[in-house]
Design a protein around this ligand. Sequence first.
Ligand SMILES: [Zn+2]
Length: 96
Amino acid sequence: MSKVRVIVSSELSKVNPNTLYEHWVNYSGYNVLFCTEVNCLMKDPLGAEVQFVDSTERQTYIVPLCNHHATSGLIIDIGETFVAPLRHEESSESFD
Ligand SMILES: [Zn+2]
């Protein structure tokens, strides 16, 4: 299991969630139908920003989460979900 904190207030959160989801799909090569929180079965996930709780790194990653979890700000378990690192220059490009 992987505990992550959902980031809802970073400057990057202005980026379109659908753009973040596409970034995750392109990076991972996967496609998901459901929120990746281990107990959640909500469909049509968005790209959400998370950071690992048990790590000192400040790297932000993208994972697909439902709207509820993407805006929760909670610490959640995403199991073995593939995470795509978010680089600032990519988000800036997307935002322009
Ligand atoms: Zn969810």
